[in-house]
Design a protein around this ligand. Sequence first.
Ligand code: DLL
Length: 448
Amino acid sequence: MKRNCWNDQNGRFLPEMSLDFMPVDKLKQVQLQRLQATVSLAYEKVPLFRSRMDEKKLKPSDIKSLKDITLIPFSMKKDLRDTYPYGLFATDMKQVVRLHASSGTTGKPIVVGYTQEDMDVWAQVIKRGLLATGYTSDDIVQNFYGYGLFTGGLGVHGGLESLGATVIPVSGGNTERQIMIMKDFEVTAIAGTPSYFIRIIDVAEKMGIDLKTLKIKRGLFGAEPWSDGMRDYIEERTGIKAYDIYGLSEIIGPGVGCECECQNGIHIYEDHFYPEIIDPETLEPLPDGQEGELVISTLSKQAMPILRYRTRDITSIEATPCPCGRTIRRIKRIGRRSDDMFIIRGVNVFPSQIETALLRAEKALPHYQIVLDRKNHLDTVEVKVEVSRDMMSDSMSDMDSLNKRFSHSIEQILGISVLVTLCEPDSLPRSEGKAKRVIDNRAIGGSL
Ligand code: DLL
């Protein structure tokens, strides 16, 4: 597993990859210099950061060590909404060569911008992820992340081009055509959301195409939480290796971090993005190994520097080094956000827990949807589970016992019982991008 850090498997010199293996002292030095420059840029050019720092009587020159980062006020999604569209930009629009936007849960999207230098860094970090997961310039890569305002498609595209791979910019949707391309274009690697790939697996099975017989060796999946169970499902059904890539628009898009071939956590490209873990209630920093909310500061972004951004993603910094030898730290894979949590009868529930329960009950990944509602002032949850053709039976008692297996498994994990409804094959909506697992009818008044 431990490969010479300066070369790829063909012995070619890879300067980008060497950044993953920088001596820790050197890395910290780079981080401090870049943090100081970013704080100065944000203070001088972005009124929101300046006024927040002024309120705390904090000047850029007060940041003397990396620890001083905790003096800086947090920022969050609301700040991007409140300054819509360009209020957090630190450069003239003349320098901005790309805009992307991410749909917010309410009304207007949030807008993010990139200078050419930002674009180069973006391609570089994704290239480092591709190299760490075994992609090479010989690969023919089908990229089914959505192209457009979403950062996934064009972001990963830039990294693939920088690697020198052959990119097929197919974007999401038209599943049968995706499968035809995979086969006919002799695709060797893929990139896209895991939930859409699960859909591709289903459709391929229906078309009588065994993905294991194709040339695909690896996939880079992200943009939404996906469990270890889902990874096993993908790898077993298709014979590919499935790797996790993480990122968010506010920081750069995909490529804030990526797994390596060890598949044991996401290495953060710490020379560009500085990670911290905080307690989301007290906002105090937490030590390595302890789970909390991930906060990220950009260290090299020019168009839109962001300081101490609260991602809402729940994870921890891995305390132990990775066997791959990379010195950049890892975070645990992200299974949940602090805000897709819902509370049922006093119990905090995350969609990923329900997914784990369903997988545990049937060892197959059913399609499911969680419907939240409010009846008589009480929150209710219904888990709709689509029965696959293998699970279907004409016998009522078989279906009843299947329902009980799902309900029991959920109760074991959550400690509360929830209503499980079995649905016909192909009856639940499928995603072509990020899966929408939770339908929340409470906000629109619920049933009462
Ligand atoms: O989803 C960027 C991206 C594109 C990442 C393609 C990876 C691949 P946003 O639309 O701004 O950006 O959504 C960011 O998605 O805060 C997480 O909650 C979630 N997310 C992204 N990657 C992962 C992952 C893109 N690998 C939000 N695991 C983040 C779990 C992820 N959640």
